[in-house]
Write a protein that binds this ligand. Structure first.
Ligand code: PLP
Length: 436
């Protein structure tokens, strides 16, 4: 079935070469299960679960029904001084999946908003404890924490920062943990735990009581998949606890089964103080993000505020939107009923076998992976990122949708993928990479 596509000029696409796209548009008009469909009816296998969002596969009727019913019943309610039952039910559902104690949930509409919200929570928490002087934030080189002002300042990817200059004062970046010594290591590398001690340098630089929070992605995703070295997250936890610094895991990609457990915090056995999340919370069917915080943080902020006023002057018109909550509840129910996190864990071995096998190709520089997330990095061509871009286009033409960053193809299939789907992804990657 052909779908006609009209004028492409007016829409300014994000994170896209608009000039290239408008010359060679790559559109999807339909999706189902593991596949997208193009306007000319071509079937494209989804190797990145949309954008790490669609862990239960595309166009789940349960979610569509729940959203439709919600919109016909209660389409919108303000989220300030008003609410609706779905918001509380979803907060309960999320809290049941996060590590024990991290059980209060603030809703927003994206991962970027979750990150900026978490920064504000950290500042409000310290102020409530009379430690308002803690206004430095620590993140990492090569990190991706979204595109709002706070998250851009935290991020460590040069392209995302260079145009915008110094967005916020008081941001310090730990070194990244992508070490050549760990090349082609499956899972956590043996080298690099000492990189966590960069935090000590910052404590010694700005003072013991000046840092509000450390933000890290348990597995850094968008930058091209960097798995933390063994002992690294544990060491960060230890140092944060020692110096009264909040540890924030940005689990916008890792959350909801991607690492084989509900959250990366559980896979790695390290409990942060706050968790940001977004992708896969609604299976990508509605925009939504959230910040889960430890009960002590919630209590401290709420109890310190004067009675009769909002305790935290922050929130979005669309926080806990009824349709997003309905999508979230239906999504969590699918995860539970189909045991999709266990499925992700079981499928991960097979998936990683296939991805690491690509490491034998002469043009593959590295393969990194954990759970159902893998980065296959091709050797740079004329300039960094050019081959990655070409690879992404070649794969689209072959029938595989993949997110690339620089020269890394980031593979993150939905958890409903069959072994045959994984085989097909690996085969298409192999063929396309072999052409370089
Ligand atoms: N944080 C992390 C770790 C992410 O991977 C992303 C998106 O990829 C974000 C934040 C931003 O999320 P969004 O694009 O929903 O704003």
């Amino acid at each position: 079935m052909e779908t006609t596509v009209g004028n492409l000029e007016q829409h300014w696409l994000p994170f896209t070469s608009n000039r290239d796209f408008k010359r060679t548009p790559r559109l999807f008009v339909r999706a189902s299960g593991m596949h997208y469909f193009t306007p000319d009816g071509r079937k494209v296998l989804d190797g990145s679960a949309g954008l790490f969002t669609t862990a239960a596969g595309h166009c789940r009727p349960e979610i569509a029904r729940a959203v439709g019913e919600q919109l016909a019943t209660l389409d919108f309610t303000p989220s300030f001084q008003r609410s609706h039952p779905g918001a509380f039910a979803l907060a309960d559902g999320v809290a049941a999946l996060t590590p024990k104690g991290i059980d209060h949930v603030f809703f927003c509409n994206s991962g970027s908003e979750a990150v900026d919200t978490a920064m504000k929570v950290a500042l409000a928490y310290h102020l409530a404890r009379n430690e308002g002087q803690r206004n430095y934030f620590v993140s990492r080189e090569r990190a991706y924490h979204g595109v709002n002002i706070g998250g851009t300042a935290l991020s460590g990817m040069v392209r995302n920062r260079e145009v915008f200059g110094a967005l916020m004062p008081g941001i310090l970046h730990l070194r990244h943990t992508l070490l050549p010594e760990n090349r082609l290591t499956r899972g956590q590398g043996a080298r690099g735990v000492e990189l966590a001690d960069d935090l000590l340098r910052f404590v010694n630089l700005v003072g013991e009581k000046r840092i509000a929070a450390v933000f890290v992605e348990p597995v850094a995703g968008s930058t091209g998949v960097i798995v933390p070295p063994r002992g690294y997250l544990e060491r960060l936890r230890e140092l944060c606890t020692r110096y009264g610094i909040l540890l924030v895991f940005d689990e916008v990609i890792c959350g909801f089964g991607r690492t084989g457990e509900t959250f990366g915090a559980i896979s790695f056995g390290v409990t942060p103080d706050l968790i940001t999340m977004a992708k896969a919370l609604t299976n990508g069917a509605q925009p939504m993000g959230a910040v889960a915080v430890h009960a002590d943080i919630y209590r401290t902020i709420v109890d310190a505020a004067p009675a009769g006023l909002p305790e935290f002057f922050h929130g979005y018109t669309y926080s806990a939107h009824p349709a997003a909550c309905a999508a979230g509840l239906a999504t969590l129910e699918i995860y539970r009923k189909e045991q999709l996190f266990a499925r992700a864990r079981d499928l991960s071995e097979y998936f990683l076998d296939k991805m690491y096998a690509l490491g034998e190709l002469p043009t593959v520089a590295d393969v990194r992976g954990y759970g159902m997330l893998a980065g296959v990095e091709v050797k740079a061509g004329k300039a960094p990122g050019v081959r990655g871009n070409e690879l992404q286009a070649k794969l689209y033409d072959r029938g595989l949708h993949v997110k690339t960053t620089g020269d890394v193809a980031i593979m993150a299939p939905a958890f409903i993928a069959s072994r045959a789907d994984i085989d097909q992804m690996a085969d298409m990657l192999r063929e396309a990479i072999t052409e370089f």
